[in-house]
Every structure is written in C-alpha cells, then in structure tokens.
Design a protein around this ligand. Sequence first.
Ligand SMILES: [Zn+2]
Ligand SMILES: [Zn+2]
Length: 119
Amino acid sequence: MTLFPICGETTRLPVSLVRQALRLAGPHRTPEDADLEQDLRCHLQVHGADDHFALVLSFPGVTSGALWARWTEGTRPIDLKVLPDCPSIDPDSREPCCEFADHPGGHSYHLDSASIESF
Ligand SMILES: [Zn+2]
Ligand SMILES: [Zn+2]
C-alpha cells in the first residue's frame, strides 16, 4: 500500500494556550504541564492553504476525543478544540486512525509517519 506524505509543519504551543489546555483537560484527568505536547507538528496529510492541526493531549478512553491546536501558515496557534476521534480503523492491521473525526486527507494509518515517532 502506498503511504501518503504527512504535512509535518511545526509550531510551538503558546503559554496562553498551555493554560487553556490544562483547563480544558481538567474534567478528564489531573493535568500536568508535562503531559501536554508543546512542540506541535501537523498530523494531516500534506495539504494546501488550509489550517494545520496538531494533537496537544489525548484523553483517556476510546470515545473521549482529544485536544487539538489549529493554526494557519506562519502564525502561532490561537485556539484549542476538543474534537472527537476519527472512528476509522485499518481493515488489515486493525490500527485505529489517530486523527480527529472528519479530518481532511488520509487516515493516519495511510500516512507515512515514519519520521514522527510520537504517534
Ligand atoms: Zn498541516
Ligand atoms: Zn481518520
């Protein structure tokens, strides 16, 4: 199977969003700074001028979703969103998609994530 290239655009989570992330994570767990992904990398398939998305924090459980940062090219993230998990599972390997529901591009198991070990 051919893997699609991953976007991999990087940015840094601003301090203001670190605080927001901890607040949003509160109902799900006892959050600590160390749990947050602050060096962000876009997890989507290579895309055009659309916004980048990076996973900031996974909530425990299979249906609880995760916290995502969204940003546009050349800017820092200005907002965080709790998005439900993509429900797709690779029919061959049974590997679940690591992205959010209705994400653009291919599912994570169709992307070449070899260079992104934190998946
Ligand atoms: Zn991107
Ligand atoms: Zn998916």
